[in-house]
Design a protein around this ligand. Sequence first.
Ligand code: FAD
Ligand code: NAD
Length: 472
Amino acid sequence: MDYDVVVIGGGPGGYVAAIKSAQLGMKVACVEYDEDSNGKQKMGGTCLNVGCIPSKSLLDSSYKFKQISASLPEHGINVSKANYDLSKMMDRKNDIVKKLTSGVSQLLKHNKVESIFGKGKLISKNEIEISDSKGKKKTLKAKYIVLATGSRPIYLDSVPWNGTNIVGSAGALEFSKTPKKLAIIGAGVIGLELGSVWSRLGSEVEIFEAEKTFLPMLDDDISRLIEREFKNQNININLGAMVKSSKNNRSSVTLEIDFAGQVEKRKFDKVIVAVGRKPFSENLLAKGCGLDVDEKGFIEVNNFCQTKLENIYAIGDLVRGPMLAHKAMEEGVMAAERIAGKKMEVNYDLVPSVIYTHPEIAWVGKTEKQLKQENIEFKKGSFPFAASGRALAAGDSVGAVKILADKESDQVLGVQIFGNSASEILQQGLIGMEFSASSEDFGLTMFSHPTVSEALHEAALAVNKQAIHIGN
Ligand code: FAD
Ligand code: NAD
C-alpha cells in the first residue's frame, strides 16, 4: 500500500480527517482538485472558499456600515454620511480567504500530510484513481479511504443561473456593484444571510420561499419574532411563493411568481438562487468499486461514518445530517480515530445551528414541535433581551432565549435563541447539555453581570418559574 489513509476532498471534513489521521501516526495523503486563478491547488473546500468565511466577512463588513449609518445616532454619535467601497470590502474578504486556505495547506504540510493535486475517483476497495487537470491519471493504493467531497448548490430549472444576473451563493459573494433590486429564491440559511448583506449595503431585497412556514426548524413563537424583525429591516419575505419561470433581459431578470394561485411578474437587477445543496458525488465512484449513492446522491454510512466497505469512510456534506462545517470537522476526527482503532462518537443529538444575521439565530436540541411529536412531556422558560440590562445598554435588545426541559428530570432538551450574540450564548447552553445539565444547574450557575448571557440564566430560571428579572 502507498498510504495508510487517503482522503478525497480538502474541505473542513477532509482536511481535518487528514490532519487527525497523521497526528495518530498514519501515512496520509489528501486529494483536492480546486485551484486558484494561478492554477495553484486551493484547500479549504466550500467553507473557506465560497461559504462560511467569505459570507461572514461580508456580513461583518456590511453590519459595521449599517451600524454607522443607522445605529450610532441613538448613542449620540453622529457621523456625516457614511459610505463604502465595495471593491475594498471584496478585497478584504478575498485576503481573509487566501490567508485561511494557505493556512490549511501549511497545516497539512506541518503534519506531514501529502497534498495531491487532482480529481479522485474510487475504483476499488483500496484504489483511487487521480486525474490531473491535463487528464493524466495515476492510481494510489490505501489501506483506508475517507470520502469528503462535500456538496453543490441545487439547480433550479425555472431560474437557470448564468453567472451574471442569476447566480448561486458563490456568485452572490462576488457582485461588483450593489444591486438595486435583488430577488432571492429560498428563505433558508443562505437566503437570510446574503439577503442581510445586500440589504445593509442598500439593495431592496425580496425573498421568495416556496413553503408557507418560515424557518420550520424553529418553534413558531421564535420564528414569528424573527419574521417581524426582518420586516423591520426592510427584507420582504414572501412565503408560499413559487417562482415559475425567469426571463433574462441582459441587464435585468423578470421572474414569474405564483403567490398561491395568483401569478405576478416582477423585475430585478440580480437574482440569487439559494434553494439548498446536494451531495457532490458525481464521478466519485467507478462502476464496480463496491459503493453506490442513494437516490439523492448521498453515500450511506453508519453512525460512525463507515460505509458498507469497512475500510472506507464518508463524512461531511456527502452524508446524511445537516450540511455544516462543524459537523463535517467532527466527523473527520471521528473517522480518523475509528481508523486508528479508537472509539470516538459524534453526538448527533447536539449539533448546533446558527444563522449569522443580525440579530443571530441559534438553536440546538429539540423544539416544542419535536417534543410533542415524540410525546415527551416538557416545561419551558424564556427571557426577552428587552429585559437584559446589557442588551439595552448596547442598543441591541431584540429577541429572546427559550429553553425546553424535561418535565420530570428537568434536563435541558433544547435551546433556541434569537438575539445579540446568540451563537456565543448557545455554545454555553450546549456545553451544559453535553453534560446533561438540568435547567436548575443553569439557574445555580453564576453568570457575570452585565452580560447578554444572563438571558440564558434567566430563561433557565423561568423554566421552574424562578426568574428574577421578569414576571413568572
Ligand atoms: P466541502 O467544504 O464542500 O469540501 C469538499 C471538497 O472536496 C472541495 O474542496 C471540493 O473541491 C473537493 N472535491 C470534490 N470532489 C472531489 C474529487 N473527486 N477529488 C478531489 N477533490 C474533490 N457551515 C457552517 O457550519 N457555518 C457557516 O457559517 C456556513 N456558511 C455557509 C455559507 C455558504 C454561502 C455556504 C454555501 C455554505 C456554508 N456552510 C456553513 C456550509 C459549509 O460550507 C459546509 O457544510 C462544509 O463546507 C462541508 O464540508 P465538507 O468538507 O463536507 O465539504
Ligand atoms: P436551506 O435548506 O437552508 O434553505 C433553502 C430554502 O429554499 C428552504 O426554505 C426551501 O423551502 C426553499 N426552497 C426550495 N425550493 C424552492 C423553490 N423552488 N422556490 C422557493 N423556495 C424554495 O438551503 P440554503 O440556504 O441553500 O443553504 C444550503 C446549506 O448550506 C444548508 O444546509 C445550510 O446548512 C448550509 N449553510 C449553513 C450556514 C450556516 O451555518 N450559517 C450558512 C449558509 C449555508
